[in-house]
Design a binder for this molecule. Sequence first.
Ligand code: ADP
Ligand code: MG
Length: 560
Amino acid sequence: ATHEETLGFQTEVKQLLHLMIHSLYSNREIFLRELISNGADACDKLRYQALDNDSLYEGDSELRIEIEHDAEAGTVTLRDNGIGMSREDVIQNLGTIAKSGTAEFLKQLSGEQQKDAKLIGQFGVGFYSSFIVADEVTVRTRRADLPHDAGVEWHSKGEGEFTIADIERDARGTEIVLHLKEDAKEFADDFRLKSLVRKYSDHIEVPVRMPKVDKDDEGNETYGWETVNEATALWVRPKSEITEDEYKAFYKHVAHDFSDPLTWSHNKVEGKLEYTSLLYVPERAPFDLYERDGARGLKLYVQRVFIMDDAEQFLPLYLRFVKGVIDTKDLSLNVSRELLQQDPQVEKLKSALTKRALDMLKKLSKDEEKYQTFWNTFGSVLKEGPAEDYGNRDKIAELLRFSTTHTDSATQDQSLAAYVERMKEGQQKIYYIVADSFNAAKHSPHLEIFRKKGIEVLLLSDRIDEWLMSHLTEYDGKSFVDIAKGDLDLGEIEGEEEKQAQEETAKAKEDLVKRVQESLGDDVQEVRITHRLTDSPACVVLPEHEMGFQMRRIMEAAGQ
Ligand code: ADP
Ligand code: MG
């Protein structure tokens, strides 16, 4: 080995390694899934690049992953003949964490095993999970487009630094040797490894093979390989033949998540558009859900050939929590991110997939408990929907959940359908109030008259709520009314007598109104008699078309 140097891991890697080793102990076996997943990704990438450069195969186009073990030495070796890595690739990929927001994410980790295990799961630990079971890891690799003397050897004990050296390497692709820790030697076992491959990697299209010894009748041994996983892309198989566990395992592969998905939807469509989609709703939010450049989008395949990860063009932003795969015949194999932006087929696929995703959520909403989990996690993202996707606003409206005066609970669990169901006789509008916090909304003086009359009001206090309501004009033919704005007309809910009484009061108090107006001067636009209060003497109301309090604050914060 030449040109050997020792480099330090990026601080974030050190932190992650430390936390992972301590918090993922009871989840140790996932290291195999992560490494197989990387091998499969590497094969996918090579196949894609070889589409217009056949020579990358170097005469060996049978892509595969091999797993060997040596119980005596206590090692497990994974090998793939995928794309491989250059020296720079290795330093970048196996020395740093490129994901944005990593530092903030790591700050949230508490040091408590169980809590951290969950958090790390949503982060996706990948290659570094090797160090959960190994106290020494050696990686040998060569990138497919580089000569044999451009091989690289990476070595580390996971303790803050790694060495890297140039080596001669005939085989392209990557080999990873794990020197198992004393208490992880159990993984250097044929049966154990096979069952883990089947458990986690059946759905991976690349064959995963392990050595096999055959004995003939005379006792002669021959050595060969046996493919251990099913090795067909999961989404290609008929729905009826795929088990729940297989769907779940596949989710973990595409979403880099440890926990099961909440739900999924698998569709094969033929006709004008031809595609297969497999969409999932995660149970937990990824750490970068609100990061501008957070990972989002689907894994894109064209006729089964992997094209790219995180293809964002197939779903609107407000559905960015959806994970999964789209495989289509309607795009060309050499489509790039730039070309995707111009391709009219993409727009059609996007609109079809958006409908699929909304339908999937609608179905999920039939299971109240699961839907509540979904809503608590992703509700405020879905609330971006009516503004972004006007065409689907009715479908989105059905999926919204609110806090209301019906329950007076901060849990957002009431649908608009349930509100409409409970509307008073003669009530034609859906009433709401927006405030900075749930408690401020719940105790607003504007509610007094509504509580007295038993009319339900939506209690809104998410940052996005005013934005949402400015794009949600009606539901089921009923318009929305902000009870803190403009004249309050309770329409036919109020009887004639009540109206007359109100008019009489207004007349009797004309003098008072005049005096208040004079003393407040230019601080207010107008002073009026109100019937919306029953206990408080007065309240401030915004003119009907004025920007609300929340929006004003947002605009001010943005320097407007
Ligand atoms: P992720 O797979 O989520 O990107 P990993 O930690 O698993 O994160 O891997 C980091 C990067 O290292 C990968 O994105 C890839 O570029 C590179 N890598 C890891 N394993 C391999 C491999 N077997 N062959 C080629 N590249 C690999
Ligand atoms: Mg990975």
